[in-house]
Design a protein around this ligand. Structure first.
Ligand SMILES: [Cu+2]
Length: 146
């Protein structure tokens, strides 16, 4: 899969936080900011861009055909297999080389990595950790392609 348009790619950030031995102090759950301790009491442990679980608004609203450069940072103490529905991506190295076509990237603790893709599939697409207990405890969001 070619990824044209990298020079004009839309930048999107994803910050992964939470879990034991993490640094997350608080996050938003159902529109309300809560301390990590209160989140744990509700069996919610993980946040993406400061929100626990599915936000009302998409993490990113993408125009059909737009090239996207998605930078992901894992600020937790655990590995997470981040899985995007609807589209495949390729990791881009610092030298600009493109890795293999994937729909999941395993993010180890402390890593920041960048993937690129063309938003070529209209719809609302889940983007979540594939450790499903993590997804169920907050580690999921979604993107919209229109
Ligand atoms: Cu996870």
């Amino acid at each position: 899969m070619d990824v044209p348009g990298l020079d004009n790619a839309v930048p999107v950030r994803l910050n992964m936080e939470g879990g034991a031995m993490g640094r997350m102090q608080s996050a938003v759950l159902n529109g309300e900011r809560k301390s990590f301790r209160d989140l744990v009491d509700e069996n919610e442990y993980w946040a993406l861009n400061g929100t626990v679980g599915m936000p009302d608004a998409p993490h990113a609203g993408l125009a059909l055909g737009q090239t996207v450069k998605l930078e992901i940072s894992n600020d937790t103490s655990f590995p997470h297999a981040m899985h995007l529905h609807g589209m495949h991506f390729r990791e881009i190295g610092e030298d600009g080389t493109l890795g293999p076509l994937r729909d999941t990237i395993t993010m180890f603790r402390g890593e920041t990595r960048t993937v690129v893709f063309v938003a070529d599939n209209p719809g609302d697409w889940l983007f979540h950790c594939h450790m499903l207990s993590h997804a169920a405890a907050g580690m999921m969001t979604w993107m919209r392609v229109t």
